[in-house]
Design a protein around this ligand. Structure first.
Ligand code: GLV
Ligand code: GLV
Length: 319
Protein backbone atom coordinates (compact mmCIF):
# COMPACT_ATOMS: atom_id res chain seq x y z
CA UNK A 1 0.00 0.00 0.00
CA UNK A 2 1.45 3.39 -0.90
CA UNK A 3 1.65 5.85 1.98
CA UNK A 4 -1.22 8.33 2.18
CA UNK A 5 -0.32 11.82 0.96
CA UNK A 6 -0.30 14.79 3.31
CA UNK A 7 -0.01 18.45 2.38
CA UNK A 8 1.24 20.70 5.17
CA UNK A 9 1.03 24.35 4.17
CA UNK A 10 3.77 25.66 6.48
CA UNK A 11 6.85 24.29 8.21
CA UNK A 12 5.92 22.90 11.65
CA UNK A 13 8.29 22.20 14.60
CA UNK A 14 10.91 19.53 13.80
CA UNK A 15 9.41 16.60 15.79
CA UNK A 16 6.11 17.04 13.94
CA UNK A 17 7.79 17.27 10.54
CA UNK A 18 9.76 14.12 11.40
CA UNK A 19 6.59 12.22 12.33
CA UNK A 20 4.88 13.39 9.14
CA UNK A 21 7.81 12.26 6.94
CA UNK A 22 7.92 8.90 8.66
CA UNK A 23 4.22 8.12 8.28
CA UNK A 24 3.20 9.82 5.06
CA UNK A 25 4.31 11.03 1.67
CA UNK A 26 4.46 14.84 1.73
CA UNK A 27 3.25 16.73 -1.32
CA UNK A 28 6.10 19.15 -0.74
CA UNK A 29 8.65 20.02 1.92
CA UNK A 30 7.60 23.41 3.29
CA UNK A 31 10.48 25.88 3.60
CA UNK A 32 10.83 27.89 6.80
CA UNK A 33 8.86 31.13 6.52
CA UNK A 34 7.55 30.34 3.03
CA UNK A 35 3.91 31.33 2.51
CA UNK A 36 2.19 29.12 -0.08
CA UNK A 37 0.96 30.82 -3.26
CA UNK A 38 -2.58 30.09 -4.40
CA UNK A 39 -1.18 27.79 -7.09
CA UNK A 40 0.79 25.83 -4.52
CA UNK A 41 -2.30 25.55 -2.33
CA UNK A 42 -4.34 24.24 -5.27
CA UNK A 43 -1.69 21.64 -6.12
CA UNK A 44 -1.44 20.59 -2.51
CA UNK A 45 -5.19 20.23 -2.15
CA UNK A 46 -5.44 18.33 -5.44
CA UNK A 47 -2.92 15.69 -4.37
CA UNK A 48 -3.55 15.23 -0.68
CA UNK A 49 -5.52 12.70 1.34
CA UNK A 50 -5.03 14.98 4.35
CA UNK A 51 -4.11 18.65 4.71
CA UNK A 52 -2.68 20.49 7.71
CA UNK A 53 -3.56 24.14 7.20
CA UNK A 54 -2.96 27.34 9.16
CA UNK A 55 -5.23 30.13 10.39
CA UNK A 56 -3.47 32.33 7.82
CA UNK A 57 -4.64 30.10 4.92
CA UNK A 58 -8.02 31.03 3.56
CA UNK A 59 -9.72 27.72 2.75
CA UNK A 60 -12.63 28.69 0.51
CA UNK A 61 -14.99 26.79 -1.79
CA UNK A 62 -12.81 27.48 -4.84
CA UNK A 63 -9.73 25.94 -3.23
CA UNK A 64 -11.77 22.99 -1.93
CA UNK A 65 -13.08 22.35 -5.45
CA UNK A 66 -9.53 21.19 -6.32
CA UNK A 67 -9.55 18.58 -3.56
CA UNK A 68 -10.04 15.29 -5.35
CA UNK A 69 -9.42 12.78 -2.59
CA UNK A 70 -9.09 14.96 0.50
CA UNK A 71 -10.63 13.39 3.60
CA UNK A 72 -9.47 15.67 6.37
CA UNK A 73 -8.51 19.27 6.85
CA UNK A 74 -6.63 19.53 10.15
CA UNK A 75 -6.50 23.22 11.08
CA UNK A 76 -3.37 23.99 13.10
CA UNK A 77 -5.32 26.37 15.39
CA UNK A 78 -8.24 26.38 17.77
CA UNK A 79 -10.10 29.02 15.72
CA UNK A 80 -11.35 27.88 12.31
CA UNK A 81 -12.93 31.02 10.85
CA UNK A 82 -10.44 30.67 7.97
CA UNK A 83 -12.31 27.62 6.63
CA UNK A 84 -15.55 27.51 4.65
CA UNK A 85 -17.12 24.76 6.74
CA UNK A 86 -20.21 24.40 4.55
CA UNK A 87 -18.06 23.85 1.45
CA UNK A 88 -15.94 21.28 3.30
CA UNK A 89 -19.03 19.50 4.55
CA UNK A 90 -20.57 19.42 1.07
CA UNK A 91 -17.45 17.55 -0.09
CA UNK A 92 -17.48 15.19 2.88
CA UNK A 93 -14.20 16.59 4.23
CA UNK A 94 -13.77 16.37 8.00
CA UNK A 95 -12.49 19.58 9.61
CA UNK A 96 -10.60 19.44 12.91
CA UNK A 97 -8.98 22.00 15.22
CA UNK A 98 -6.53 21.97 18.15
CA UNK A 99 -8.49 22.87 21.29
CA UNK A 100 -7.28 22.55 24.90
CA UNK A 101 -3.53 22.29 24.19
CA UNK A 102 -3.14 26.02 23.55
CA UNK A 103 -5.46 27.25 26.29
CA UNK A 104 -2.72 28.00 28.83
CA UNK A 105 -0.33 29.53 26.29
CA UNK A 106 -3.02 31.89 25.03
CA UNK A 107 -4.23 32.78 28.53
CA UNK A 108 -0.64 33.52 29.54
CA UNK A 109 -0.22 35.83 26.55
CA UNK A 110 -3.41 37.73 27.43
CA UNK A 111 -1.87 38.31 30.86
CA UNK A 112 1.47 39.28 29.34
CA UNK A 113 -0.37 41.98 27.39
CA UNK A 114 -2.40 43.11 30.40
CA UNK A 115 0.73 43.49 32.52
CA UNK A 116 2.70 45.09 29.69
CA UNK A 117 0.10 47.75 29.04
CA UNK A 118 -0.72 48.40 32.71
CA UNK A 119 2.93 48.67 33.73
CA UNK A 120 4.24 50.26 30.53
CA UNK A 121 6.78 47.48 30.07
CA UNK A 122 7.45 48.11 26.39
CA UNK A 123 7.76 51.88 26.81
CA UNK A 124 10.22 51.26 29.65
CA UNK A 125 12.26 48.86 27.56
CA UNK A 126 12.47 51.50 24.81
CA UNK A 127 13.67 54.10 27.30
CA UNK A 128 16.49 51.87 28.48
CA UNK A 129 17.59 50.85 24.97
CA UNK A 130 17.48 54.35 23.53
CA UNK A 131 19.32 55.97 26.43
CA UNK A 132 16.27 58.07 27.31
CA UNK A 133 16.44 56.84 30.90
CA UNK A 134 18.18 59.26 33.29
CA UNK A 135 17.73 57.25 36.47
CA UNK A 136 14.91 56.49 38.90
CA UNK A 137 12.26 59.17 39.35
CA UNK A 138 9.13 59.20 41.49
CA UNK A 139 6.81 60.20 38.67
CA UNK A 140 8.37 58.23 35.85
CA UNK A 141 6.29 55.93 33.61
CA UNK A 142 3.56 55.51 36.18
CA UNK A 143 1.17 52.72 35.33
CA UNK A 144 -1.89 51.15 36.94
CA UNK A 145 -2.33 48.49 39.63
CA UNK A 146 -3.98 45.21 38.79
CA UNK A 147 -4.69 44.07 42.36
CA UNK A 148 -8.20 44.87 43.46
CA UNK A 149 -9.35 45.82 39.96
CA UNK A 150 -12.10 44.27 37.88
CA UNK A 151 -11.34 42.00 34.95
CA UNK A 152 -14.05 41.64 32.32
CA UNK A 153 -13.93 38.55 30.12
CA UNK A 154 -15.90 38.48 26.91
CA UNK A 155 -16.38 34.85 25.88
CA UNK A 156 -16.03 32.30 28.68
CA UNK A 157 -14.79 29.27 26.75
CA UNK A 158 -11.69 27.34 27.73
CA UNK A 159 -9.34 30.27 27.17
CA UNK A 160 -11.63 32.81 28.87
CA UNK A 161 -11.85 30.56 31.92
CA UNK A 162 -8.07 30.09 32.04
CA UNK A 163 -7.61 33.88 31.95
CA UNK A 164 -10.22 34.23 34.72
CA UNK A 165 -8.48 31.65 36.91
CA UNK A 166 -5.19 33.52 36.69
CA UNK A 167 -6.96 36.66 37.98
CA UNK A 168 -7.21 34.99 41.38
CA UNK A 169 -3.47 35.42 41.88
CA UNK A 170 -3.87 39.14 41.25
CA UNK A 171 -6.80 39.39 43.68
CA UNK A 172 -9.04 40.74 40.94
CA UNK A 173 -12.81 40.55 40.69
CA UNK A 174 -13.96 38.78 37.53
CA UNK A 175 -17.07 39.56 35.50
CA UNK A 176 -17.83 37.77 32.28
CA UNK A 177 -20.19 37.84 29.35
CA UNK A 178 -20.92 34.62 27.55
CA UNK A 179 -23.77 32.94 25.70
CA UNK A 180 -23.96 30.34 28.41
CA UNK A 181 -23.40 30.48 32.12
CA UNK A 182 -20.14 28.90 33.31
CA UNK A 183 -19.91 27.79 36.93
CA UNK A 184 -16.69 28.80 38.66
CA UNK A 185 -14.60 25.88 39.97
CA UNK A 186 -14.14 25.50 43.75
CA UNK A 187 -11.96 28.30 45.11
CA UNK A 188 -12.67 30.66 42.22
CA UNK A 189 -15.44 33.15 41.78
CA UNK A 190 -16.79 34.98 38.79
CA UNK A 191 -20.09 36.59 37.85
CA UNK A 192 -21.97 36.58 34.57
CA UNK A 193 -23.24 39.97 33.39
CA UNK A 194 -24.66 41.47 30.19
CA UNK A 195 -21.98 42.84 27.82
CA UNK A 196 -22.70 46.50 28.57
CA UNK A 197 -22.32 45.95 32.32
CA UNK A 198 -19.03 44.12 31.91
CA UNK A 199 -17.76 46.94 29.69
CA UNK A 200 -18.88 49.63 32.12
CA UNK A 201 -17.41 48.01 35.24
CA UNK A 202 -14.20 46.41 34.06
CA UNK A 203 -10.76 47.99 34.36
CA UNK A 204 -9.40 45.38 31.95
CA UNK A 205 -11.53 43.84 29.19
CA UNK A 206 -10.14 40.69 27.57
CA UNK A 207 -11.72 39.14 24.46
CA UNK A 208 -12.03 35.36 24.08
CA UNK A 209 -14.82 34.77 21.56
CA UNK A 210 -14.35 32.95 18.26
CA UNK A 211 -14.80 35.02 15.10
CA UNK A 212 -18.28 34.42 13.67
CA UNK A 213 -20.81 36.63 11.92
CA UNK A 214 -22.22 37.56 15.34
CA UNK A 215 -18.88 38.51 16.89
CA UNK A 216 -17.50 40.54 13.95
CA UNK A 217 -17.03 44.11 15.29
CA UNK A 218 -18.54 43.05 18.61
CA UNK A 219 -16.41 45.85 20.07
CA UNK A 220 -17.04 49.05 18.11
CA UNK A 221 -17.43 52.75 18.87
CA UNK A 222 -20.58 52.20 20.94
CA UNK A 223 -19.02 49.49 23.10
CA UNK A 224 -15.74 51.39 23.55
CA UNK A 225 -17.69 54.42 24.74
CA UNK A 226 -19.26 52.24 27.46
CA UNK A 227 -15.82 51.48 28.89
CA UNK A 228 -14.04 53.47 31.60
CA UNK A 229 -11.58 56.13 30.41
CA UNK A 230 -8.98 54.28 32.50
CA UNK A 231 -9.79 50.87 30.98
CA UNK A 232 -7.45 48.67 28.96
CA UNK A 233 -8.66 46.40 26.14
CA UNK A 234 -6.88 43.12 25.41
CA UNK A 235 -7.46 41.13 22.21
CA UNK A 236 -5.86 37.70 21.78
CA UNK A 237 -8.92 36.27 19.97
CA UNK A 238 -9.37 37.45 16.38
CA UNK A 239 -8.76 40.93 14.95
CA UNK A 240 -12.16 41.49 13.32
CA UNK A 241 -13.89 41.10 16.71
CA UNK A 242 -12.77 44.72 17.24
CA UNK A 243 -13.51 47.62 14.90
CA UNK A 244 -9.88 48.72 14.59
CA UNK A 245 -10.75 52.16 13.21
CA UNK A 246 -13.02 52.84 16.20
CA UNK A 247 -10.33 51.55 18.55
CA UNK A 248 -7.75 53.97 17.14
CA UNK A 249 -10.18 56.87 17.70
CA UNK A 250 -10.93 55.67 21.25
CA UNK A 251 -7.23 55.40 22.10
CA UNK A 252 -6.36 58.78 20.58
CA UNK A 253 -9.20 60.67 22.25
CA UNK A 254 -8.97 59.11 25.69
CA UNK A 255 -12.21 57.14 25.52
CA UNK A 256 -10.14 54.25 26.85
CA UNK A 257 -6.62 54.29 28.30
CA UNK A 258 -4.80 51.56 26.42
CA UNK A 259 -4.85 48.32 24.48
CA UNK A 260 -2.84 45.15 24.12
CA UNK A 261 -3.33 43.45 20.77
CA UNK A 262 -2.11 40.12 19.43
CA UNK A 263 -4.47 40.01 16.45
CA UNK A 264 -5.56 42.45 13.74
CA UNK A 265 -8.34 42.91 11.23
CA UNK A 266 -6.12 42.40 8.16
CA UNK A 267 -3.11 40.40 9.32
CA UNK A 268 -0.27 40.98 8.78
CA UNK A 269 -1.34 44.60 8.15
CA UNK A 270 -1.75 46.74 11.23
CA UNK A 271 -3.88 49.90 11.24
CA UNK A 272 -1.34 52.74 10.78
CA UNK A 273 -3.10 54.70 13.53
CA UNK A 274 -2.01 52.09 16.08
CA UNK A 275 1.68 52.18 15.25
CA UNK A 276 2.52 55.58 16.74
CA UNK A 277 0.44 55.21 19.91
CA UNK A 278 2.49 54.80 23.11
CA UNK A 279 -0.47 53.33 25.04
CA UNK A 280 -0.73 50.15 22.97
CA UNK A 281 1.35 47.00 22.93
CA UNK A 282 1.32 45.21 19.59
CA UNK A 283 2.29 41.55 19.19
CA UNK A 284 2.47 39.51 15.97
CA UNK A 285 -0.22 36.85 16.71
CA UNK A 286 1.78 34.90 19.31
CA UNK A 287 -1.11 33.43 21.35
CA UNK A 288 -0.12 29.78 20.99
CA UNK A 289 3.54 30.46 20.23
CA UNK A 290 5.44 28.31 22.70
CA UNK A 291 7.48 25.37 21.44
CA UNK A 292 5.68 22.89 23.71
CA UNK A 293 2.28 24.14 22.62
CA UNK A 294 3.12 24.14 18.92
CA UNK A 295 4.36 20.53 19.23
CA UNK A 296 1.16 19.52 21.03
CA UNK A 297 -0.89 21.21 18.32
CA UNK A 298 1.01 19.20 15.71
CA UNK A 299 0.36 15.95 17.59
CA UNK A 300 -3.35 16.71 17.64
CA UNK A 301 -3.31 17.24 13.87
CA UNK A 302 -1.45 13.91 13.48
CA UNK A 303 -3.96 12.08 15.71
CA UNK A 304 -6.91 13.45 13.78
CA UNK A 305 -5.36 12.58 10.41
CA UNK A 306 -4.54 9.08 11.54
CA UNK A 307 -8.08 8.54 12.82
CA UNK A 308 -9.80 9.76 9.67
CA UNK A 309 -7.46 7.96 7.25
CA UNK A 310 -8.17 4.77 9.19
CA UNK A 311 -11.92 5.22 9.03
CA UNK A 312 -12.32 6.27 12.66
CA UNK A 313 -14.09 9.42 13.94
CA UNK A 314 -11.79 12.42 14.35
CA UNK A 315 -11.27 13.28 18.04
CA UNK A 316 -11.43 17.01 17.33
CA UNK A 317 -13.96 17.37 14.55
CA UNK A 318 -15.60 20.81 14.59
CA UNK A 319 -19.34 20.99 14.11
C1 GLV B 1 -4.74 30.95 17.21
O1 GLV B 1 -5.05 32.07 16.96
C2 GLV B 1 -5.58 29.80 17.12
O2 GLV B 1 -6.77 29.92 16.80
O3 GLV B 1 -5.06 28.70 17.36
C1 GLV C 1 -12.29 29.13 23.52
O1 GLV C 1 -12.09 29.84 24.47
C2 GLV C 1 -11.71 27.85 23.21
O2 GLV C 1 -10.70 27.47 23.76
O3 GLV C 1 -12.29 27.18 22.34
Amino acid sequence: MPLPTVYVTRLLPAPIMAALRERYRLVTEPADGAIPTSDELRTGFAEADAVICMLSDSINADLLSHAMKLKILANYAVGYNNIDLAAAKARGIVVTNTPDVLTDATADLAWALMLSVARRVVEGDRWVRTGTWRGWAPTQLLGADLAGKTLGIIGMGRIGQAVAQRAQGFRMRVLYESRRSVASPPGFSWERRPLDEVLAEADFVSLHVPLTESTRHLIGARELSRMKPTAILINTARGPVVDEEALVVALKTGIIAGAGLDVYEQEPLVHPGLIGLPNVVLLPHLGSATLETRIRMGKICLDNIEAVLNGRPAPNQVS
